[in-house]
Design a protein. Structure first.
Length: 148
């Protein structure tokens, strides 16, 4: 009895008669069931492709916009972060200057680093060639009597 339940031919033993393609009588055979399942899977695949194509179009549009406006997005995010930090810094100073000395020192070091980076990037070679190189040569020539 257990074998008859598992055997594919006995699936329709207790089933009602189904009308297929205008003919009545025996239930549909395994090839019809396979074709029907295949058709259902193909319909699902088409549906999934439609959804993916819609999502793909949205993703492509977002990617194009982000690439087009990447510098603007970056600048806006940096300005928001900078504004938030200065709001925090101002609130810390209003609350207590004594308790925020570490914050003041770190902020001053950061500002100095940013100014130094900006100056060295845009004016570094001019400063080196017109100021530092002549000072180095001056020290080299007078180093014998300038040692202490």
């Amino acid at each position: 009895m257990a074998e008859s339940r598992l055997h594919p031919q006995n699936v329709y033993d207790n089933a009602t008669v189904i009308e297929v393609d205008g003919t009545s009588g025996n239930p549909p055979g395994p090839s019809y069931i396979y074709e029907r399942k295949l058709e259902m899977h193909q319909q699902k695949d088409v549906e999934i492709q439609r959804q993916q194509s819609k999502m793909g179009k949205v993703q492509d549009a977002v990617t194009i916009k982000v690439r087009t406006y990447s510098s603007v997005i970056k600048n806006v995010v940096l300005l928001l972060l900078l504004g938030g930090y200065f709001a925090y810094f101002t609130c810390a100073l209003i609350y207590s200057v004594d308790k925020s000395t570490a914050l003041i020192v770190l902020t001053c070091l950061t500002v100095f680093g940013l100014v130094y980076s900006f100056i060295s990037e845009y004016y570094g070679e001019k400063i080196y060639s017109k100021v530092l190189k002549p000072l180095g040569e001056l020290f080299d020539t007078h180093w014998t009597w300038a040692q202490w």
